[in-house]
Design a binder for this molecule. Structure first.
Ligand SMILES: [Fe+2]
Ligand SMILES: [Fe+2]
Length: 212
């Protein structure tokens, strides 16, 4: 039976985590969402549609689901946004917020209510928290990829950029790059093409060497 844990990883920011041992054995895989608790609560990663009941129950340990104001994710993929319309149905004031390109290419059509398009660098003031939207096209993958940076706590919400195998702790003091490279060597999920943004911070130099 799957269980979902909720851990506060920074002041008012919670990791919602569900381990799925059947995915990528033997270590298994863990799907995470992040709840930014503020006057306008924000969810980063909507999760799979089928996991919505589990994740919604976990959110209620912090705030009522209907309080959610913003539904966000790194890129268009089932584990990132599969349940976005379930959240829109459960939270009547919620909007999906994503980069302009992602809205134009996919989300204007996919969302049950119109999404809020964000310019590169645009900030949403949540009331007590501030999230800055940064376009990162094709990093880690997807034309519409982006990250969110919560400015009051210095928390980067970056989706698949640091994928790890297994069911790791919410907070670590150890290396996060090494396990991400291990996961990349298994999944080959990152975009490694000449057109990727060369200036993107965080793009590992090892991938540049390997792509030659
Ligand atoms: Fe994903
Ligand atoms: Fe992804």
């Amino acid at each position: 039976m799957q269980t979902t844990t909720v851990t506060e990883i920074a002041d008012g920011i919670y990791r919602i985590s569900t381990s799925v041992p059947d995915v990528a054995p033997p270590a298994g895989f863990t799907f995470n969402q992040f709840l930014v608790d503020a006057d306008e609560p924000l969810l980063f990663h909507a999760g799979h549609r089928r996991m919505f009941p589990l994740i919604a129950e976990a959110v209620t340990r912090v705030r009522p689901v209907e309080d959610l104001r913003w539904i966000t994710f790194g890129h268009v993929e089932a584990d990132e946004c599969g349940a976005m319309n379930a959240w829109l149905a459960a939270a009547p004031h919620a909007e999906v917020a994503h980069g302009v390109l992602g809205c134009q290419v996919s989300l204007d059509d996919m969302c049950d209510r119109p999404p809020r398009p964000l310019a590169d660098g645009e900030v949403i003031d949540l009331g007590g928290k501030r999230v800055r939207h940064l376009d990162t096209p094709h990093v880690p993958h997807g034309w519409e990829a982006r990250v969110l940076y919560e400015e009051t706590t210095g928390t980067l919400l970056c989706g698949d950029l640091f994928t790890h195998m297994g069911d790791g702790p919410a907070l670590v003091e150890t290396d996060v790059v090494g396990p991400a490279i291990e996961a990349e060597l298994l999944f080959r999920a990152m975009t490694r093409a000449p057109a990727r943004p060369r200036s993107c911070p965080g793009w590992p130099t090892w991938s540049r060497r390997r792509s030659r």
